[in-house]
Ligand binder design. Structure first.
Ligand SMILES: [Zn+2]
Length: 230
């Protein structure tokens, strides 16, 4: 971690005096894997540099969800409360809700579009596969509560047809829907926090949303990595 911390200092010292300071936000990244002592050390060192915000790196890389939550909670407790926190590489809808509950403000992840290309779409009750036969005669939108372009213009049956026919519009519309789903989820969480009812929102969401099980999550991720040759 020493090299990472030296690099953080060099990065700050190089960028802070430039014209970008105050225009672009520079974040320090806390590392340390899943080892609690390393995380504490990294949190202390990185937060000693006055970055605009702090990121939690080195998670969502194959560790269990329990480990990810444990480390996220630990690091968040050591971050300043007046700077934004960013959990890198997360994640699924349930991970976003759990992350916010642990004190995270920002996320980034390829998951919404990566799974959309394979026909997996987010709904308030969990992730579904649009190629499933049951959607063949669903002449209403996949998610009637969704205001995305796909749900406003196309039925679930038509989206299924697009995937079955190998039409490029299928993955595109699925991506539009999944991105809107996660952005709307973040909007709903912001509203719930502002209204003082986040815990109620979290419990209701997690009670209704069926997460993808760990095994199929890992299988899909490995298949995706193999296809990309990384
Ligand atoms: Zn939609």
């Amino acid at each position: 971690m020493d090299r990472t911390h030296r690099w953080a200092r060099v990065c700050y010292d190089t960028h802070a005096p430039t014209a970008y300071s105050g225009v672009q936000a520079l974040f320090g990244i806390v590392q340390g894997g899943t080892i609690p002592e390393f995380r504490d050390e990294s949190t202390e060192l990185v937060t000693s540099i006055p970055f605009d915000g702090y990121a939690i790196g080195g998670l969502a890389v194959g560790e269990t969800k329990e480990e990810m939550h444990r480390i996220t909670r630990q690091v968040c407790e050591g971050l300043p409360s007046d700077k934004p926190r960013y959990l890198m590489g997360v994640g699924s809808p349930e991970d976003l809700v759990n992350g916010v509950a642990l004190g995270v403000d920002m996320f980034d992840c390829v998951l919404p579009t990566r799974v959309a290309r394979n026909g997996a779409l987010f709904t308030p009750t969990g992730r579904i596969n649009i190629a499933n036969r049951r959607y063949g005669d669903q002449d209403v939108p996949l998610d009637e509560t969704c205001d995305c372009y796909a749900c406003q213009h196309y039925s679930a049956a038509y989206l299924r047809h697009l995937f079955k026919a190998g039409e490029m519009l299928g993955p595109r519309m699925a991506s539009v829907h999944n991105l809107r789903f996660v952005l709307r989820l973040m909007e709903q969480m912001r509203d719930a926090i502002a209204g003082g009812r986040f815990v109620e929102f979290r419990d209701r969401f997690l009670g209704a949303y069926q997460p993808t099980d760990e095994q199929s999550r890992q299988t899909q991720k490995h298949r995706w990595i193999r296809e990309r040759g990384v």
